[in-house]
Design a protein around this ligand. Structure first.
Ligand code: AMP
Length: 590
C-alpha cells in the first residue's frame, strides 16, 4: 500500500497508515518525555489521593514530583506485603488504588519462596495492549513484507488460582492471552499467527505445544518469523520437536490428530486445519531423523526472516544454541516488561543481542532511577549515558516508588527518552527459565540437604558452588560439593546423594518447582562431588588472577569457563534428583 509521504516518521517510512500513527505516537511521547512523566504522576496522585497508602504520607493534595519524592519512601515488595495480603484476603477498600484491583499478576520474582503478587487494575490491560500495538510498526521499518505471511509463536497459558478474597492470581501473559483484547483481536495482516487461540489457551502444556507445533509444520512455508517470549521457551519447542517429530509426522500423513490430544476445542479446530499430506510428512521425517539439527529452524521454516525472542539478561546464555538451531538468524528482542508494569520497546529490533537497548515509554508509569551506589533517585530524562541505575516505578495500580530489582545502563536517547541496556536483575544467582534463585535460597537448600547427609552418613558439605548448565535442553542446576571426608572414609552412597538433590529441589522457591513440575523447563538438579582440595585450587586460581587472599570468598555460582572446566576435571561422582519436587498452584501462606 502506498503511504502518504507526509506521514513519514523520523524513525523511518512507515509500512502503512496504521503504522504511521503508532510511530507518531512514539515520537510524541519520547519528545515530551518529561512533561508526559510529570502529568502522569500528577494524574496518579490525584486519582489515588484518598487511598490509605497515599494518605499515610500527608501529601496534602500535592501532585508535584518534588513533594512526592520528599514524602514517600522508596520501597520493596516486603514493605507492601501487609497491604497486598489484605487485598488478597478480600479487603476491597481503596488501600493502594482508587480503582478496584481486578486481579493479581504473579511475578516470577519471589518473596518467602512464593511468587510476588502484583496488584493490577482493569485499565492496565489497555496500556499493555498499547505497547504491543507499537511493536510491529517498528519491526516493519526494518523487515519488509511481514504482512505476506505468518508468525509461528509458541505462546502458553499457565495455571491460575484465586486469592482467599476471590481475586484471580495468574501470570501477566496468561491474563493477557485470556483477555478479549487478545482472543478477539481484529484481523491484522502483520500479526497473523499459525497457532490458533484454542491451542494457545489450552492449559495442558503438552497438548498446547503439540498442536502449536503441528500448526507450524502444516503451514511451514507461510512462516516468516518464529518466536516465543523468552529464549528458553523457543528452545523448549525445539526439544519438543526432537522428541515428538515422528508422532507429528504420523498425524500429518494420516490427517488425524494424535489421541493424546483430548482437548475438545483443539480437536474441533484442528479438524479444519489437519488434512493428510504424505509429502509433508515425508519431508519432516527426513529433516528430523538426521543427527544433525544445525539450522533446523530454517530447514523446516525456510522463509523465516528472524527469531522473535528475548535473549537479553539471563536469556543471553542461550544465544549460541539458538544461533546453532537457526543457522544464525537475527534475534529480535522487541520489548521490556514485567508484572509490575510494561516498560518499553526496542526501537532498533534487528540490532545484535549485545547491543539491544530498550526505550522506556514515558506513558506507561512514572519512572525513577537510583544510580548504582547512590541513593537519590533521578528522573527519566535526567539519567546519564554510560551510568547504571536501579529502576523504580510508580504505577496506576498503586505501587509507589517501588524497586523493580532490575539494573539498567543508559546507552543513549531517542529524543528525550533514554534507552537502556538490561544489565541484570539484582540478587539472582541461578536462572534457567523464569526461575530465579538467589544466594540465600541456594544456601538454605544446601543446608537442608546437608542435614540429610549428616543424618545418614555423618558427612558434612565442606564447600559448594553452583552452575547453570544449559548445554542440554532443558538446562539444569549443577551443585559442586566438596565433602569433608576424613582419610579412608567412604563417600556417601549414590542413593543418599540423589536424595540430597531432591531435598535441595524441595527447598527451592515455587517458581523453580513449577518450572520443574508443570513446565518441564528445568531438568533434574545435579550434585557433582569433587575431590578433596578442589576448592583450595579454586582459590589459588582466583588469587593467581588477582583476587585478594584476605578478601577471597568462595563464589556461590560460577560461569567462567576455565573455572567450570577446573571443577569438572575434579569430579568424582555425579548424582541427579530422582523425582519431581512438590508443587501445586496454590500458594503457601506466610
Ligand atoms: P515478571 O515479573 O515475572 O514478569 O518478570 C519481569 C522481569 O523479567 C523484569 O523485571 C526483568 O528482570 C525480566 N525481563 C523482562 N523483559 C526483559 C527483557 N527484554 N530483557 C531482559 N530481562 C527482561
Amino acid at each position: 500500500m502506498a503511504v502518504d509521504s507526509s506521514l513519514s516518521s523520523p524513525l523511518g517510512p512507515p509500512a502503512c497508515e496504521k503504522d504511521a500513527k503508532a510511530l507518531r505516537f512514539i515520537e510524541e511521547m519520547t519528545r515530551n518525555a518529561d512533561t508526559v512523566q510529570e502529568n502522569l504522576l500528577a494524574e496518579i496522585l490525584r486519582r489515588n489521593a484518598e487511598t490509605e497508602y497515599l494518605r499515610r504520607f500527608n501529601l496534602g493534595g500535592a501532585t508535584d514530583r518534588d513533594t512526592f519524592k520528599s514524602k514517600l519512601p522508596i520501597i520493596t515488595y516486603e514493605d507492601l506485603q501487609p497491604e497486598i495480603q489484605r487485598i488478597a484476603d478480600g479487603d476491597r477498600s481503596p488501600i493502594l488504588s482508587a480503582h478496584p484491583i481486578s486481579e493479581f499478576l504473579t511475578s516470577s520474582g519471589t518473596s518467602a519462596g512464593e511468587r510476588k503478587l502484583m496488584p493490577t487494575i482493569q485499565e492496565e490491560l489497555d496500556r499493555r495492549q498499547l505497547l504491543y500495538s507499537l511493536l510491529m510498526p517498528v519491526m516493519n521499518l526494518y523487515v519488509p513484507g511481514l504482512d505476506k505471511g505468518k508468525g509461528l509463536y509458541f505462546l502458553f497459558v499457565k495455571s491460575e488460582t484465586k486469592t482467599p478474597g476471590g481475586l484471580p492470581a495468574r501470570p501477566v501473559l496468561t491474563s493477557y492471552y485470556k483477555s478479549d483484547k487478545f482472543r478477539s483481536r481484529p484481523y491484522d495482516p502483520y500479526n497473523v499467527y499459525t497457532s490458533p487461540n484454542e491451542a494457545i489457551l489450552c492449559p495442558d502444556s503438552f497438548q498446547s505445544m503439540y498442536s502449536q507445533m503441528l500448526c507450524g509444520l502444516l503451514d511451514r512455508l507461510s512462516v516468516l518469523r518464529v518466536g516465543a517470549v523468552f529464549a528458553s521457551g523457543l528452545l523448549r519447542a525445539i526439544r519438543f520437536l526432537q522428541l515428538h517429530w515422528s508422532r507429528l509426522a504420523n498425524d500429518i500423513e494420516s490427517g488425524s490428530l494424535d489421541s493424546e490430544i483430548t482437548d475438545p476445542s483443539i480437536r474441533q479446530c484442528m479438524s479444519d486445519i489437519l488434512k493428510p499430506d504424505q509429502h509433508l510428512a515425508e519431508f519432516i521425517r527426513q529433516e528430523c531423523e538426521t543427527e544433525n539439527w544445525e539450522g533446523i529452524i530454517t530447514r523446516i521454516w525456510p522463509n523465516t526472516k528472524y527469531l522473535d525472542v528475548i535473549v537479553t539478561g539471563a536469556m543471553a546464555q542461550y544465544i549460541p544454541t539458538l544461533e546453532y538451531y537457526s543457522g544464525g538468524l537475527p534475534m529480535a528482542c522487541t520489548m521490556y516488561a514485567s508484572s509490575e508494569c510494561y516498560f518499553g520497546l526496542n526501537l532498533n529490533p534487528m540490532s545484535k543481542p549485545c547491543e539491544v537497548s530498550y526505550t522506556i515509554m514515558p506513558n506507561m508509569a512514572y519512572f525513577e532511577f537510583i544510580p548504582l551506589g547512590g541513593s537519590k533517585a533521578v528522573e527519566l530524562v535526567d539519567v546519564k549515558i554510560g551510568k547504571e541505575y536501579e529502576l523504580v516505578v510508580t504505577t496506576y495500580a498503586g505501587l509507589c516508588r517501588y524497586r523493580v530489582g532490575d539494573i539498567l545502563r543508559v546507552t543513549g536517547f531517542h529524543n528525550s527518552a533514554p534507552q537502556f541496556h538490561f544489565v541484570r536483575r539484582k540478587n539472582v544467582l541461578l536462572s534457567i527459565d523464569s526461575d530465579k534463585t538467589d544466594e540465600s535460597e541456594l544456601q538454605k537448600a544446601v543446608e537442608n540437604a546437608s542435614k540429610l547427609l549428616l543424618k545418614e552418613c555423618s558427612t558434612r558439605v565442606a564447600e559448594y558452588t553452583s552452575y547453570a548448565d544449559t548445554s542440554t535442553i532443558p538446562g539444569h542446576y549443577v551443585l559442586y560439593w566438596e565433602l569433608s571426608l576424613r582419610d579412608g572414609e567412604r563417600q556417601p552412597s549414590h542413593d543418599t546423594l540423589s536424595r540430597c538433590c531432591l531435598e535441595m529441589e524441595e527447598s527451592l522457591n515455587s517458581v523453580y518447582r513449577q518450572c520443574r513440575v508443570a513446565d518441564n523447563s528445568v531438568g533434574p538438579l545435579e550434585i557433582r562431588v569433587v575431590r578433596n582440595g578442589t576448592f583450595e585450587e579454586l582459590m589459588d586460581y582466583a588469587i593467581s588472577r588477582g583476587a585478594s587472599i584476605n578478601q577471597y570468598k568462595v563464589p556461590r555460582c560460577v560461569n567462567f569457563t576455565p573455572i567450570v572446566e577446573l571443577l569438572d576435571s575434579r569430579v568424582v561422582s555425579a548424582h541427579f534428583s530422582p523425582a519431581l519436587p512438590h508443587w501445586t498452584p496454590e500458594r503457601r501462606r506466610r
